[in-house]
Design a protein around this ligand. Structure first.
Ligand code: AMP
Ligand code: MG
Length: 707
């Protein structure tokens, strides 16, 4: 017997409908048939997803096709729990019991935390369930494990698999407990509907038209990451790739897998057979696979283009490159400099409650008139962190300090400095505006709002905002790795080594590595190699393995000694862009084993300018933070210069004491010290120009390049 159709469901335990636009952490269903058809669907609610599954199951049964449907939540609990809760070892009796306790609305609103608290109440101690994602406390459901006692085993046998989470944990990163409660209740609905036509493995051994199994897509996480499309939503990639892999297994092998494992606790399908499933997924999907992230000809320039204007070159780069997709979850405090991979949703409002903006006296505005106001003071006070529990009667006032929650009966505060008091009464001049000196709840950010969007690079103030909104962890892209390689027979790799008169020290590599670090990338030092194609190829191979993008310097023009271009031309789909800019000469763009290579000029000044103008926005885009424009300011020139049409020029420049932009005395690109003298670049446009002192010019400060 075999399965004709494989369905993989990435379940969700959210309490409200998922966004309209397909997003992660929602329900994704992947369907793959043995015949090779495949597709994915996105659902905003559990109700919609279950309805869709019913329709699918009915259609497949009608056509006489056998279905295997897998779900990414636990089907069972550690041994003994079923018996203790419903008097039977039968895990499906537990399903009936859970379904009876769970209410799950068509809009995803549900009672899972209350239901878990009610179950905990039946057992001594403070478990087995823990974790509460709500603001409100729930009786008998501990928020954390501080006072937690669990009469049952913490994990099922199959949860020895790395990355799995205990079924008891209902909230927090990676938790699966809520999904299990809500999922089991929904699957019980399917059991009722399809009766004997549906079997749940490994609890039931019956050969049925519909078979349900538990899955854990992370078992094949590496292959999913490899086969995911650029920018593909992770959940979608999981269901697409896992369903394809399972559909490609030998029929007998898959059938046997469904029968493995523990008939009371349940089992993760395929545990121990990861390599087999991964191989099947790779084989079946590799024909449809998009080759190494970028197309070989992605940097190609149209035929006949001699000199490429800077803006055209930038635009070509922008459309050619795609960001990395791998993400990780980090505590907010550790995420500075990282790029958000998902929107951050405020978990609470800021401020969470209306509070006082000043030290003073609070009262109800309704009791306030014009002229001198005298209000008797109630005993006690309201301070930040020390709320006043009582109600302030109309016509009375209370001492209130900055940040204190407005007590019941208070909507307005008068500034301490505007008052006189003898301790029993407070006096001030009216009228006072309603709600004066108070902050509304959520006036800064409201709960549920997008506080920061995906693609944003986190800076110090962002950590303050996220923390204030109760966000403890963020999903971020892993840092981009930038390889830096220097080439040239005349170059000495380290300034600690002795240099002959004909040799020069490697100035570019430390500079480019530091630039990569300043751009929040991980610098990968690929060292210096001589002008030897074999050595350069070996260094590029290392770069392709250890970095996401490679910056080389030297040997990038078309001259006889330019081995980097020669090598990239034969093996790296090189496109030499003759960019109409000074300094610059050609910029070589290539792909080495699918990794983009920027062949920068050897000249340190040109290497710096080309890296700032071209590599920086590209690195930002590859990191997930989007294309980065430099910061430009228009300032009066402190110099005179005329230039021809046809190329853009970048001059080393700084702002003088008179607020005008002065330029370095020499434009010679060998003068490294001009880079140090300068604090930015002046950008002169492609057109011909005669700048007079006082004329406005575009100044690009180093800081605006993140340097
Ligand atoms: P190339 O692009 O190889 O023709 O080099 C242009 C100029 O830059 C030559 O004078 C090289 O010696 C110099 N150069 C190349 N690489 C470096 C480097 N890593 N550090 C300092 N100067 C370099
Ligand atoms: Mg050279």
């Amino acid at each position: 017997m075999s399965f004709d159709t494989i369905v993989v469901v990435d379940w969700s335990g959210t309490a409200s409908p998922s966004p309209e636009r397909p997003s992660k952490d929602a329900i994704w269903i992947g369907v793959a048939s043995r015949a090779g058809d495949a597709g994915t669907e996105y659902y905003r609610t559990r109700e919609d997803a279950v309805q869709a599954l019913c329709t699918l199951f009915e259609r497949e049964c009608y056509k006489g096709r056998r279905v295997l449907a897998g779900f990414d939540f636990p089907f069972g609990y550690p041994r003994g729990f079923a018996k203790a809760l419903c008097g039977s070892d039968d895990p499906l009796a537990l399903w009936t019991e859970i379904a009876a306790r769970i209410q799950d609305g068509t809009d995803n609103a549900n009672n899972r935390f209350d239901a878990a608290g009610a179950i905990n109440r039946l057992f001594p101690g403070s478990g087995p369930f823990w974790g509460n994602g709500l603001q409100r406390d729930i009786a008998d459901l501990p928020r954390n494990k501080a006072s937690y006692e669990n009469p049952f085993a913490e994990r099922r046998v199959c949860e020895a698999a790395p990355g799995t989470q205990p079924v008891w944990k209902l909230s927090g990163v990676g938790s699966v407990g809520s999904q299990a409660l809500l999922g089991i209740a929904r699957l019980q609905q399917l059991r009722k509907r399809f009766g004997a036509a549906l079997a749940v493995r490994p609890f039931e051994s019956r050969q049925a038209p519909i078979t349900l199994v538990e899955l854990f897509p992370s078992l094949i996480a590496k292959t999913i990451a490899e086969l995911a499309e650029p920018n593909e939503i992770r959940d979608r990639a999981q269901v697409r790739i896992l369903s394809a892999g399972l559909a490609a297994l030998e029929p007998g092998v898959l059938e046997a897998m469904t029968r493995e494992g523990d008939p009371e606790e349940g089992w993760i399908l395929g545990l121990g057979h990861q390599a087999l499933i991964e191989k099947a997924a790779r084989t079946t999907l590799s024909s449809a696979l998009i080759p190494p992230r970028l197309r070989d000809d992605c940097f190609a320039m149209p035929q006949g283009v001699e000199w490429v204007p800077v803006d055209d070159a930038l635009e070509r780069l922008r459309v050619a490159l795609v960001p990395i997709t791998q993400t990780e979850t980090l505590p907010v405090a550790k995420a500075s400099g990282r790029v958000l991979a998902a929107d951050c949703i405020a978990r609470r409002s800021n401020p969470p409650r209306p509070n006082s903006a000043v030290d003073g006296y609070g009262f109800a505005h309704a009791a306030n008139g014009t002229g001198v106001q005298r209000l008797p003071l109630v005993a006690g006070r309201a301070a930040a962190g020390q709320p006043f529990g009582g109600t302030v009667p109309e016509g009375h006032a209370i001492r209130i300090l900055t940040g204190a929650i407005l007590p019941e009966g208070v909507d307005t505060v008068v500034l301490e400095e505007d008052c006189a008091t003898d301790g029993a009464t407070v006096a001030f001049d009216g009228p006072v505006k309603p709600r004066a000196n108070t902050r509304k709840a959520g006036e800064d950010v409201t709960e549920g709002a997008v506080a920061l969007s995906a693609g944003h690079r986190l800076r110090a103030p962002d950590l303050a905002l996220l923390s204030a909104l109760g966000i403890a962890e963020v999903e971020v892209f892993r840092p981009l790795r930038v390889g830096v390689l220097s080439t040239g027979d005349e170059i000495i790799g380290s300034p600690a080594d002795q240099a002959e008169p004909h040799q020069i020290y490697d100035a570019n590599r430390p500079m480019l590595l530091a630039m990569a670090a300043a751009w929040d990338a991980v610098p990968v030092d690929l060292g210096h190699v001589r002008d030897d194609p074999t050595l350069i190829a070996a260094a590029l191979d290392r770069g392709a393995a250890e970095a996401d993008v490679i910056l080389t310097s030297g040997g990038a023009s078309a001259g006889d000694e330019d081995h980097v271009s020669a090598l990239l031309r034969t093996r790296g789909h090189l496109t030499s862009w003759r960019i109409a800019m000074k300094p610059g000469r050609p910029l070589a763009l290539a792909l080495w084993s699918g990794v983009p290579v920027f062949g920068l000029p050897g000249n340190p000044v040109a290497a710096f300018v080309c890296a700032a103008i071209f590599a920086r926005p590209a690195i930002s885009l590859l990191s997930g933070a989007g294309w980065a424009e430099p910061l430009a300011m228009t300032l009066p020139a402190g110099f005179a210069k005329s230039k021809k049409a046809g190329r853009r020029e970048y001059l080393r420049a700084r702002i003088g004491a008179d607020g005008r932009v002065e330029v370095f005395a020499s434009e010679g690109s060998g003068r490294i010290s001009g880079l140090n003298w300068a604090t930015g670049l002046v950008e002169l446009p492609d057109e011909a120009l005669a700048v007079q002192p006082g004329d406005p010019v575009r100044f690009l400060p180093y800081q605006g390049f993140g340097l």
